[in-house]
Design a protein around this ligand. Structure first.
Ligand code: SAH
Ligand code: SF4
Length: 412
């Protein structure tokens, strides 16, 4: 059932919220970035061409078999060894007998929204019943507008195939440790980090489902699913490399969103531009006081510290930093908040835009949705102050696929 706004806990924005002293900044220990377990034969999916070549040599094959494997895994999107027809049948059989496997995460369940959005539970290979969430949004959600991306530009001439346009929302962890008060994923706590193969595998599994052809189709990725990518930095960054180098995606069509993990932003700022997605910061409040209430992480890294780290990112020509701002009825959506956000963003001096997201309700979270007139007024105030502001379309609310609703809910 769709969460009915009229029946959400709309009337009591403050009730049920622990007070500041009850809330603690989360434990931000970076978990082990390596793939789990000392498996002598880890899945092939997740390895790059060099590592696949090394494995082929280990198996007594020429190194160029690694290139064939990479092509099959990331471009042809095969899920089984036996589908890799570029390898001789006898070799496929032998590899299989030796225990090699593709091991790409598999789509275990699909929820379809009336608006075309699909939410998937994706099963990590060999990880018991754990699933993560990935979302497919045909035509995107307007989140890419105005950030200097090439997303809005027309398709190169030549192909007569129908072009698919979509945004895929990718998870980086199972659950999340950051504990933002308005977010359903936070309720899970952190279960574990995803490996690079599990992060990139969500994308390739969805590509296979929709027959996506990189180069023809206009696909944007947003690392905005479950989890905080910058608390799983090594795996996030390795996944971006796989997607760029092996699957052929452009980092300019990827956006990573962080709640403001300063050491992660500092690492991100050092990435070579060919492996650096665009950056979105979940601002969500007009000042430190409100932000610390909503996002306890702000006590550790307050707004100014986040902005200072963001300044180290060398932006591409026309690229903008995105500030995401969740509008909570009565809490962050007042005209005074809009003016404060405009001042704050202007003061940074950064080329920036603001993505407004009307809060999506979830069970057990006592905030209220903003009214559409308040949302429009907020946007107009930012625009009048010269700050480009866009409203994210809520996608798949009826299947709990919208921002902050990802909690492995099995209600369709
Ligand atoms: N952990 C990262 C990325 C995942 S959350 C981050 O916080 O940035 C992606 C976006 O969804 C964030 O901007 C977050 O503020 C927003 N969000 C979380 N819960 C939400 C909700 N219930 N309604 C609308 N947006 C929400
Ligand atoms: Fe984690 Fe992002 Fe949700 Fe905050 S908003 S709890 S950082 S997923």
């Amino acid at each position: 059932m769709p969460p009915d706004p009229a029946q959400s806990d709309a009337s009591q924005p403050d009730s049920g919220q622990p007070n500041a002293s009850q809330r603690e900044a989360p434990d931000l220990v970076q978990l082990d970035a390596a793939a789990p377990a000392a498996d002598p034969l880890p899945p092939l999916f997740g390895l790059d061409t060099a590592a696949l070549s090394a494995r082929m040599v280990q198996a007594g094959e020429p190194a160029w078999r690694g290139r064939q494997l990479a092509e099959a895994l990331y471009r042809q999107q095969v899920a089984e060894l036996d589908e890799i027809t570029t390898l001789p049948k006898a070799l496929r059989t032998r590899l299989d007998a030796e225990g090699w496997r593709v091991g790409r995460p598999a789509i275990a369940q699909v929820f379809q929204s009336v608006d075309g959005t699909e939410r998937y539970l994706v099963q990590a290979e060999g990880a018991g019943s754990e699933t993560v969430e990935t979302v497919w949004m045909p035509e995107g959600d307007n989140g890419e507008s105005g950030d200097g991306t090439d997303a809005d530009q027309p398709q190169a001439p030549g192909s007569t195939d129908p072009v698919q346009r979509a945004t895929i929302c990718v998870s980086s962890q199972i659950g999340c440790a950051v504990n933002c008060q308005f977010c359903l994923t936070a309720k899970l706590g952190l279960q574990r980090n995803l490996t690079a193969g599990e992060i990139a595998g969500q994308v390739v599994a969805v590509f296979a489902r929709h027959g996506v052809q990189v180069g023809r189709d206009r696909i944007n990725l947003v690392f905005m699913g479950m989890g905080e990518p910058f608390l799983n930095y090594a795996n996030f960054s390795a996944a971006v490399r796989l997607l760029v180098t092996e699957a052929g995606l452009s980092p300019q069509r990827m956006t990573v969103s962080t709640s403001g993990i300063v050491p992660g932003i500092e690492l991100f700022a050092q990435e070579p531009v060919e492996f650096r997605p665009k950056l979105a910061i979940s601002l969500n409040a007009p000042n430190d006081e409100v932000r610390s209430e909503l996002m306890p992480i702000n006590r550790k890294w307050p707004i100014e510290a986040v902005i200072e780290a963001v300044r180290r990112v060398q932006l591409r020509p026309r690229e903008r930093i995105t500030f995401e701002y969740v509008l909570l009825g009565g809490v962050t959506d007042r005209p005074v908040h809009a003016r404060e956000v405009a001042r704050l963003v202007r003061r940074t001096g950064l080329p920036a835009k603001v993505n407004l997201i009307a809060w999506n309700p979830g069970p057990g979270i006592a905030y209220s949705m903003p009214t559409s007139s308040d949302v429009e007024a907020f946007k107009a105030t930012l625009a009048a102050a010269g700050i480009p502001a866009y409203l994210r379309r809520p996608r798949g609310r009826d299947i709990y696929a919208a921002c902050g609703q990802l909690k492995r809910t099995i209600e369709g």
